[in-house]
Structure formats: C-alpha cells, structure tokens
Ligand binder design. Structure first.
Ligand SMILES: Cc1ncc(C[n+]2csc(CCOP(=O)(O)OP(=O)(O)O)c2C)c(N)n1
Ligand SMILES: CC(=O)[C@@H](O)[C@H](O)COP(=O)(O)O
Ligand SMILES: [Mg+2]
Length: 642
C-alpha cells in the first residue's frame, strides 16, 4: 500500500456542503489535496485516472457553487468521476472502486443520490440534462425539486451524433441548462475529425476574438469583475470567443474557452452563468488529461486507464502472461490478411488500441478509419465500404456495437452487405461491470436473417475466424472474442478458412453432450475432468457457429445422447435459444431428449473479476459439472464453490 497523502482540508469535507464555507484560496487547496488523494487511490486499485485528474478543479468548483443532489450534475461517460465520488461521501470506499462489492467505476444512481444519472457509454449527458431541465419545468420530483441541470461532456464524447441530437433539441426548447465542454484535446487516443479541429481553432489564440467579444456586447454574460475591472476583464477576454460559434448557431450561449485548471477563471465564469443564464449555455473549458501527475500527463493516452502503479515512478504493476491477448491476435491476423488483399480495410469508433487496429493504423493507415465515438456512423460507413466493393472489418466492443444496432439491421443485414464485425470484449469484462458487459451480441445478431455469427473458443480459433470472415463475401459475418489473454494454445502460422456452419468435435463421450459456443470451452473441459472421476464422460463439441447452426452435428448428438447442454457467454436469445428452436422444429423433444441451456442470468452483474462474475452467472466449471449431474439425475454430494 502506498503512503497516503496529507490532506488536512479535504479531511474536513464530508459532503459538498462543506465546500460552501471555504474561500476561493481554500478551494484551490482542496483541489490539490483531492488530486493527491485520487492518484493515491487509483495507484492501489487501478482504473480510470487521466480524465479525473483533468476535472479536479471543475469538480470542486461545481460542488462548491451548486447544490447537488438537488442540482443535477451529469457526467458524460463518468470515467472522470473519482474526484466527484471522493467529494460526495464516498471517500471511505474509493479504494474499493471497480472491485467486487466495491464502488462502481462509473456514476450509478443506486450508489449515491449525487450520481444524478448513470453512464459509461459516452455522449448521453446532454440528453439526460435536457430531460432533467424539462422535468424541472413540468414539476417533476415535487418532493425535493430539481435545480439546475449541468452536463459535463468531453471533447471526444462531443463528437458523437447523440450529443448533437441533444443540442439541436435543447437549442430549440430554450430551457435553462448548462453544458460544460471539457476539452482536453484527447479521447482515449488523440481525437479525430472535423469537430476536434474546430474546437482547437476556437482557442487558437486569435487576438481578433478579444474585439469580437467586446463588440458583441458579451459583457452581460461575463462575471462582475469583468464588468468592473477593465484590466482583469481584458486579460480574461483574451482568447475568449462569444458569438458566432457552432454552438451559438444551435441555440446555446457560448462562453469560453477558459482555463479549466485556473480557479481565477473558472469560479467567476461559473458564478456568472449560475446567476444569469436563462436558456441553454455552453461553457468551453480547456484542460489537460492527467493534469498534475507527470507520468499520466506524459503518457500517450493521458493516463486514461491504468493498472495499479507505483506513485513515485509511475510504473504499472501488471501480472506477466505468456498468452497473447485476443485483441492482438485479431490485429496481427488482420494485418497479415490485409497484406494479401488490398480490399481489406478496417473501421474503429475511437478505440484503435482497444480493438488492436493500432496495428492496421501503423501498417495501412489509408485503409484504416477511426470515425470517432460514432458507432452508428461506423457501421453504416462500413456498409457503404462493402457496397463499394471493399472488405471492411468493423471492429467494435460488443457493448458499444449496441449503439449501432439499427444500422446493423437496416444498413447491413437487410442489404446482405459483407461487413465483417470483429466483436471484442464479448462476455463479462470484469472491472468495468454491467455497462461494458458484452452480453447481448449473439442474441441480437443471430436473430437477423442471413447473418453468420461465430465465437472463438481460443486464440487459435480466433485466427481461423478472422481468415473466414475475410473470405466470406456472401452477406454479413461476425466473430466474437473476450477481453484479455488467450489460454496459451499453440498458434497456427496463419488462420484457415472454416466451413461456414460447421462445428468441431472435441471429445467423444456418452449420455450427455455439451455444445459450447465460445471460450467457456476451457471451463467445460475442466468440468469434464472432474466428472470423469464420477464415471461420466460428456461428449463435447465446439460449435463455432451460432448461425448458421451445425444442424447435422446437433441433431446427431441429440439422437445419440439422453441429454444436451448448451453453454455460451451471452444472454438468453442467443446460441442456446437457436438450438432449442431447432430441436423443437425437428420434434426432437418428443423423443424425450433432456435439454438445458446455460446462459447469462436475467440480471445485470456488477463489477468483479471476470471469474467472479462468471461464478455469479453460474457459468464456471463447477456449475457446468452440477448441471450435468442435475440433468442426468445423479445425486450431488456437495458442490465445490466456484
Ligand atoms: C459509446 C461509447 N463508445 C466508446 C466508448 C469508449 N470510451 C470511453 S472514454 C472515451 C474517450 C472519451 O473522450 P472524452 O469525452 O474527450 O473524455 P476524456 O477522457 O478526454 O476526459 C471512449 C472512446 C464509450 N465509453 N462509449
Ligand atoms: C470508459 C471506457 O469506456 C473505456 O475506457 C473502457 O473502460 C475501456 O475498456 P478496456 O480496458 O476493456 O479497453
Ligand atoms: Mg477529451
């Protein structure tokens, strides 16, 4: 455990009301102590660091000036809320963050009344804030009332269509609400796109803006010191744009850009907006990701997310592993295939490193597209690329692909376009918890006519599936694989093209056949070992495909066994449901087949290690063993704990 920082003033802040009696100079001290406490806590837990460090001053200022929870502060993505959690009565649990039974790494309404709106996927904050503003004006929450609605959104999150949909709506409704655009010129990777360039231009230091601001009579929106002391106002006006921005065209009053780490700018501007805003206002603050912690400031990603680390050296403490990550296996195999086929291209929605497409960016930059946090566009853009004769790999996390679902149905599936979906983070992901669980993709893709849906049982299988997807030109195809390292299996030199809709036998046994879809296969084999001691050897197949099903294999195994069990890392409606439908259609149940489908339970599972989450889901080896015994009617003496 690292030495805890000395935080005499922060120690006196039990909730945000304690900030109200502090002077501006004391707020500065609280911010410094809060930053030290955040660094210390994350060094022990790991987690999202850089974004929180960048909003320390903003967090203190918002809680000092407004009255949360009556005023609703809505943090976009909410990976930057560790300082907010510390200030809102959760300091004693901050070192449990992202762990089993600990604090969530994101805002969560069930966790605290100060978490006005749950998040983790980006670009929802302005819509939610507008909802609160309208609810306030229509008399919602009559017991305590609703004060201000304040959305804090990053420059990366601002690039998403949803943010603009919300501004378009807010600008026309004209309700009082505040959007704080926290511009650190970073997403996880450096931000991309025209909006990012536009924001940079807004604070390019054009002295013309000073005159423009004055000429537009902007003084009414500026803090009183501006209006009184010409010198200070002049200083502050330097580089500040009022009027003529994209945001103003959308119906917002725009104030900024201001230095989000400088209380001398932040506090007066926020006070003035609080006192005077009548309609929607956007305050543009400029900050640094990782601010105040040199290793984070220097890191390529601004210290976005980190393992546990040594505070002094910044060195991260990662467990060594010999197995490659699924992500890197995908990235490397794609690069290999792209060398052979110039029509192969790749699309990521702001996750080049997370999806392994950084390797494609390095090798084939002109064929790799980071579209920003814009999954909907990314999917339809891929559909366009496919319609135009290219072979796009649309690489997204399972959970984020959810945002592009209508595009998957309407633009890809109905047109039978050969978009290859590389679905990373499939299944339960661990510390990011329920919001990031890849639980639904098998269900929501397998029910689409003409889709091919595969899951890799290990990293070698993943290589084959990448090759299979590249070769598949007849409609859309998806392959899913989990977060983290593979099982260390022997790797082929290159992926082989699999026959569509054909599974593989792993082990021939008797009485019960287990059909595994995805990486639960290793748990199935562990269970099988244990069952052997009881004289039961299950037949095991890796089905590879949830769609099209290997009908011949499944029907044969159904005919040869008294029981069939399916298992997958996904919610109901996926592989198991399709097998049940097949067995039902073929009348196999009429012959007395016993059938069990092991899927994720009908509940959102909170963060823990993936193994713990799968234990909660009852999808680990002991659960499989128990299921086999149950279906065969064998008495269980005792079940080992998962
Ligand atoms: C819909 C969606 N896509 C992708 C992500 C992954 N993601 C989390 S934070 C982040 C970058 C956000 O950048 P920004 O809003 O500028 O916040 P910063 O971290 O710079 O403070 C991304 C891409 C996400 N959370 N939600
Ligand atoms: C906040 C967010 O959405 C990302 O930072 C996410 O936590 C990344 O997850 P991985 O660590 O699995 O890439
Ligand atoms: Mg940013």
């Amino acid at each position: 455990m690292s030495e805890r920082p000395n935080t005499p003033l922060l120690d006196q802040v039990r909730d945000p009301s304690d900030l109200k009696r502090l002077t501006d100079a004391q707020l500065r001290q609280v911010a410094d102590e809060l930053r030290a406490e955040t660094i210390s806590a994350v060094s022990e837990t790991g987690g999202h660091l850089g974004a929180g460090l960048g909003v320390v001053e903003l967090t203190v200022a918002l809680h000092a000036l407004w009255n949360a929870p009556r005023d609703r502060i809505i943090w976009d993505v909410s990976h930057q809320t560790y300082p907010h959690k510390i200030l809102t009565g959760r300091r004693d649990r901050i070192r449990t963050i992202r762990q089993k039974d600990g604090l969530s790494g994101f805002t969560k309404r069930a966790e605290s009344p100060f978490d006005a709106f749950g998040a983790a996927h980006s670009s929802t904050s302005i819509s939610a804030a507008l909802g609160f503003a309208v609810a306030r004006d229509l008399g919602g929450a009559p017991e305590h009332g609703i004060g201000d609605a304040i959305a804090v959104i990053g420059d990366g999150a601002m690039s998403a269509g949803m943010a603009f949909e919300a501004m378009n709506n807010a600008g026309s409704l004209g309700k009082r609400m505040i959007v704080i655009l926290n511009d650190n010129e970073m997403s996880i990777a450096p931000p991309v796109g025209a909006l990012s360039n536009y924001l940079s231009r807004l604070y390019a230091g054009d002295p013309f803006q000073e005159f423009k601001a004055a000429a537009k009579g902007a003084v009414s929106l500026l803090p009183p010191p501006f209006q009184q002391g010409a010198k200070r106002a002049k200083e502050m006006l330097k580089g500040m744009t009022v009027g003529g921005t994209l945001f103003e065209e959308l119906g917002f009053s725009y104030v900024g850009p201001i230095d989000g780490h400088d209380f001398n700018q932040l506090l007066p501007v926020l006070r003035t907006v609080k006192a005077r805003a009548t309609g929607p206002v956007l305050i543009h603050i400029v900050t640094k990701k990782g601010k105040g912690y040199a290793p984070a400031e220097k890191a390529r990603d601004g210290g976005h997310a980190t393992a546990k680390f040594d505070v002094v050296s910044g060195e991260q403490k990662k467990a060594p592993s010999n197995a490659p990550s699924y992500t890197s296996v995908f990235g490397k195999e794609l690069v290999r295939l792209a060398a052979e086929d110039p029509r192969i291209c790749a699309v990521t929605a702001a996750m080049p490193d997370g999806t392994g497409l950084n390797l494609m960016v390095e090798r084939y930059p002109s064929r790799t597209f980071d579209v920003g946090i814009a999954e909907q566009h990314g999917v339809t853009f891929s559909a366009g690329l496919a319609a135009g004769g290219l072979k796009p790999f649309c690489a997204m996390y399972s959970t984020f692909l959810q945002r592009g679902y209508d595009q998957v149905v309407h633009d890809v599936a109905i047109q039978r376009l050969p978009v290859r979906f590389a679905i990373d983070r499939a299944g339960l992901v661990g510390a990011d918890g329920a919001t990031h669980a890849g639980s639904f993709d098998t269900a929501y893709l397998s029910n689409l006519p003409g889709f091919v849906v595969m899951a890799a049982a290990d990293e070698a299988e993943l290589m084959h599936m990448v090759a299979t997807a590249a070769a598949h030109d007849d409609g859309p195809i998806a392959f899913r694989y989990p977060r983290g390292e593979g099982s260390g299996v022997e790797m082929p030199e290159k992926g082989e093209v699999l026959e569509i809709g054909k599974g593989r036998m792993i082990q021939q046994g008797a009485r019960v056949a287990i059909l595994s879809f995805g990486t639960r296969l290793s748990e199935v084999m562990t269970a099988s070992e244990s069952l052997r001691a009881r004289g039961i050897t299950p037949t095991v197949a890796d089905v590879r495909f949830a769609k099209p099903l290997d009908r011949a294999l499944i029907l044969q195994l159904a005919a040869d066994h008294e029981a069939l069990i399916t298992i997958e890392e996904g919610a109901v409606g996926g592989f198991g449901s399709h097998v049940a439908q097949l067995l039902s259609d073929e009348g196999v149940f009429d012959d007395g087949l016993k059938f069990r489908s092991m899927v994720l339970p009908d509940t959102f599972i909170d963060q823990a290690s993936p193994a713990d989450m799968y234990a909660t889901a009852k999808l680990n080896a002991p659960d499989i063993e128990a299921k086999v015994l149950e279906v065969l009617g064998v008495a269980q003496v005792s079940q080992k704990k998962a």
